[in-house]
Design a protein around this ligand. Structure first.
Ligand SMILES: *Cc1c(COP(=O)(O)O)cnc(C)c1O
Length: 374
């Protein structure tokens, strides 16, 4: 039985080891552990890669979302629109800042914010929209930006899962995800597509004024040391993590290509199995497959248990939509309120997906899925 990982960071590290160890050692030698040259270099290289004016590094993706909302000068009870089918971080920071999350259900094919439901969720109190580019592909940013502009509402992209993916506008123009809204946020959690060896995150913006403000908030509300113009937080990217990320950034397009190749192999071999829906690709986005997520029409948990029993790990992202989570329900939501998110929670199953998957491993996984259903 092969030793299969959901995400294989070990093999990837072994391949990057010479460059990685050298980069880490250079930081140790410099002893500049906070805001050192490594952080400046990585931020600049990431800005160049994304073709965005400003990259503001911070401590993790959740902080990035929080700092973004703090920079928008929102008032308690202002409404922030996001999706119920995502990782908890998005709604967590909305609640922490005493803002009110307003959910918009997702598209049943692409699992991202359903743009047709967006406008009806907007009220005079709506002060931000946070689309989440789930599993590696875009929300419909062209539609979202059009609606947001019409109502003068800023858009914060949660791009923790889709760094490196391109948005494809209807005129064919391409732009990196995370650079289209007023602010983009990402996470460098180790298993993310661009992951460090600990926690890390960043914000992106093309707006000089916002960039300054985001930087100030992330550094104790201070632009000049011991002068505090805002209430801020302490949220920094470690120099060692920045050095690690700089090594990986050079590989990011290859990482995305490896994920896309693995996804194409899965899809080619799983597409004709009854009961299984393979991931659908949005016409307006490339897909960098943070997750490879199937829809299993019946007996999802039976399949998952069977695969686990033969040494194949699987993931359910996400088993409970956010409106039904105890912390965010407050008695105001009930089952049936966001039917697509609720159905997806019952049917999604993610297979091992990372940069080091081999066809042999994928063949083994595919055979066992076929054994179970055919
Ligand atoms: C990972 C993730 C986050 C949070 O990132 P952390 O670095 O773990 O704080 C936020 N949103 C989404 C969609 C994520 O996948």
């Amino acid at each position: 039985m092969p030793n299969i990982a959901m995400v294989d960071l070990q093999t990837q590290y072994q391949k990057l080891k010479p460059a990685m160890d050298k980069a880490i050692e250079a930081v140790l030698h410099s002893c500049q552990f906070i805001n050192g040259q490594a952080v400046k270099d990585f931020s600049q290289h990431l800005a160049d890669y994304l073709n965005v004016k400003h990259v503001i590094p911070c401590a993790n993706g959740t902080d990035a979302l929080q700092i973004a909302l703090m920079a928008l000068d929102l008032q308690p009870d202002d409404e922030v629109i996001t999706v119920p089918f995502t990782f908890v971080a998005t709604v967590e920071v909305i609640a922490l800042l005493r803002l009110k999350p307003v959910f918009v259900d997702v598209n049943p094919c692409t699992f991202v914010l359903n743009e047709y439901l967006l406008e009806q969720a907007i009220t005079p109190k709506t002060k931000a929209i946070i689309p989440v580019h789930l599993f590696g592909q875009a929300s419909n940013m062209e539609a979202i930006m059009r609606i947001a502009k019409k109502h003068s509402i800023p858009v914060v992209e949660d791009n923790a899962q889709a760094i490196g993916a391109d948005y494809i506008f209807s005129d064919g123009k391409r732009q990196k995800l995370g650079t289209i809204g007023e602010i983009g946020c990402t996470s460098f959690f180790p298993s993310k597509n661009l992951g460090c060896y600990g926690d890390g995150g960043a914000l992106f913006t093309n707006d000089d004024h916002l960039a300054k403000k985001l930087n100030i908030i992330a550094n104790h509300g201070s632009a000049v040391r011991y002068h505090h113009s805002e209430v801020g937080v302490n949220s920094r990217l470690d120099a060692i993590q920045a050095a690690i990320l700089d090594v990986k950034l050079k590989e990011l397009d290859q990482f995305s290509a490896a994920r896309q190749k693995a996804a194409a192999y899965y899809s080619a071999h799983l597409k004709d199995i009854p009961n299984i829906t393979i991931p659908k690709l949005a016409r307006y986005s490339t897909h960098v497959f943070h997750q490879y997520t199937l829809l299993i029409e019946r007996d999802r948990d039976g399949l998952s248990n069977y695969l686990n029993s033969v040494g194949i790990p699987t993931g359910i992202y996400y088993p409970i939509p956010l409106h039904l989570q105890e912390a965010y329900n407050n008695g105001q939501y009930k089952a049936g309120d966001y039917p697509v998110s609720e159905e997806l929670a019952q049917k999604v199953l993610s297979l091992p997906m990372h940069t080091e998957l081999t066809e042999e491993t994928q063949h083994f996984i595919i055979q066992h899925i076929k054994d179970y259903f055919l």
